[in-house]
Design a protein around this ligand. Structure first.
Ligand SMILES: CC(C)(COP(=O)(O)OP(=O)(O)OC[C@H]1O[C@@H](n2cnc3c(N)ncnc32)[C@H](O)[C@@H]1OP(=O)(O)O)[C@@H](O)C(=O)NCCC(=O)NCCS
Length: 139
């Protein structure tokens, strides 16, 4: 298994399929349209990571650093490869890349009821923050 940077042309279709199959854990929306992914990776190309095993994509995670905080999106591991340390390997590589950019802290969202992800992120050292999340659709 190796961790590498996402490549738009050759990886997009497989990664979208992986996310779509990730049960309730990942909601795909308009920000996951190909043109939006392309827009996103123009900003942080090295923070979108793939886990690959013998040429097959088995995991992915997308990070975004705004110069102050990182947001982590859409971590997923193929259900046949879970509980083998691949999610941890993706997160540790992302954390390493973030440290090297001077990032001090990251945030991520977990859907209510996603106990699997909660257990995973707690093992990764994350804690629940006492905050409300507010959002607004533009356009
Ligand atoms: C969450 C997810 C990415 C974890 O990936 P994974 O490769 O199975 O995780 P790892 O094997 O690297 O596990 C890392 C640690 O978390 C723990 N862990 C992972 N899944 C767990 C679970 N369901 N319950 C309890 N602990 C769990 C492991 O035991 C391991 O602990 P350790 O390193 O201290 O021994 C994977 O379950 C997944 O893709 N879920 C569906 C998509 C999703 O919900 N993504 C999160 C979006 S917010």
């Amino acid at each position: 298994m190796q961790i590498r940077t996402f490549e738009f042309e050759c990886d997009l279709e497989t990664v979208l399929d992986l996310w779509a199959k990730s049960e309730q854990g990942i909601h795909l929306g308009r920000s996951d349209e190909p043109q939006e992914i392309l827009k996103k990776i123009k900003r942080d190309p090295d923070l979108f990571l793939i886990a690959e095993d013998e040429g097959s994509i088995i995991g992915a995670v997308m990070g975004g650093f705004d110069g102050r905080r990182e947001k982590i999106y859409h971590l997923a591991v193929d259900s046949r490869y879970r509980k083998k340390g691949i999610g941890r390997a993706l997160m540790e590589e992302l954390e390493q890349r973030l440290r090297s950019k001077g990032c001090l802290k990251y945030y991520l969202l977990v859907k209510e009821g996603n106990q699997e992800a909660m257990a995973f992120y707690k093992r990764m050292g994350c804690s629940v923050m006492d905050l409300y999340i507010l959002g607004k659709e533009l356009v």
